[in-house]
Design a protein around this ligand. Structure first.
Ligand code: GLN
Length: 303
């Protein structure tokens, strides 16, 4: 496959979509990002990476971190996490509170905010420092030792974090957090604030295309666990648009309100696309369009 030719074609195809949608407003530090950015990268299972547009420009990973958090917890703790978080699509916005009460403080899945807070809590208990564990892992897998948190984004999110605080306190009320709420929130905000480029994220996610093998060839996840993470990304990775994402793109994917999306083609490659304009459900407009065109051109969706 001539990845460069495919990416060039995808970039030309989505050009009219770039700048559409709205840059996330509820985290003020994110609202300052230029909506007209677009980048895309493909990293194959051998670690070769190809990109187009702004593919080397760092952006805020936000909820893409949730996929890595789940993988790190499964790697250390096996499948015990499923006692504390479900794995069904929520059909509700990523920051919704409504299902938590009638499901006794057990979030529907690890990729909505409530579920990710539980995963962060577990990762913190297992490692003593959830956000640094994640940063170290992302540095190793991307081969980019310069990766860092963005303190301005973390602070902005904390200052406007009432909704996430409500979710965390509510779950703590059901006994579903082991660490103090402020600790869990802090590590969650820090992990969301990590700045990475499409290049970094595509490389960091290749263990999901390699059925659990890390960049250095060691095993992070068993084949079964890697399959599980990809499955939950397919069904829950784009919140209440997961059905539409499967319909259009047909790949396991995980989006973030920074405008990034990673998507996995098991056995072949991991993709990352970034464009900050979001649709009403918080997914990148040009990003989803680019992945749709990529899988249509290559025939490489799981369908
Ligand atoms: N940090 C964001 C939040 O908690 C992540 C949301 C997202 O990317 N969908 O609201």
């Amino acid at each position: 496959m001539d990845y460069q030719a495919v990416l060039d074609e995808v970039a030309a195809h989505v050009e009219p979509q770039i700048g559409r949608g709205q840059v996330a407003q509820y985290i003020p530090a994110l609202a300052e990002v230029d909506a007209h950015r677009f980048g895309m990268a493909v990293a194959d299972v051998d670690g070769r990476v190809t990109g187009v547009g702004d593919w080397e420009m760092p952006f805020s990973v936000q909820s893409i971190s949730k996929a890595f958090g789940l993988a790190l917890v499964l790697a250390q703790d096996g499948e015990k996490i499923w006692r504390r978080v479900g794995r069904e699509p929520s059909g509700n916005p990523f920051n919704s509170l409504v299902q938590l009460e009638y499901e006794n403080g057990i979030p529907r899945n690890p990729f909505i905010n409530a579920g990710a807070l539980v995963v962060t809590d577990r990762l913190h208990s297992l490692t003593g420092d959830a956000s640094t564990t994640m940063l170290d892992f992302l540095r190793a897998e991307s081969g980019n030792s310069e990766l860092a948190f963005d303190p301005a984004v973390a602070a902005s999110e904390s200052d406007h974090g009432d909704r996430n605080a409500a979710l965390a306190h509510f779950m703590a009320g059901y006994g579903n957090l082991d660490n103090p709420v402020p600790t869990v929130l802090e590590h969650y905000f820090w992990q969301c604030s990590i700045e990475m480029s499409c290049r970094d994220l595509a490389l960091a996610g290749t263990f999901l295309a390699r059925h659990g093998l890390r960049a250095d060839g060691s095993r992070l996840l068993s084949r079964r666990e890697a399959k599980r993470v990809n499955a939950v990304m397919l069904t829950c990775g784009t919140y209440d648009a997961a059905g539409d994402f499967a319909y259009r793109v047909g790949l396991p994917g995980k989006s973030g309100v920074g405008g990034g999306i990673i998507a996995v083609i098991p056995g072949r490659c991991t993709l990352c696309v970034w464009s900050p304009g979001l649709d009403a459900r918080g997914n990148s407009v040009a990003g989803v369009a680019a992945l749709d065109h990529f899988t249509t051109l290559t025939g490489w969706s799981v369908f």
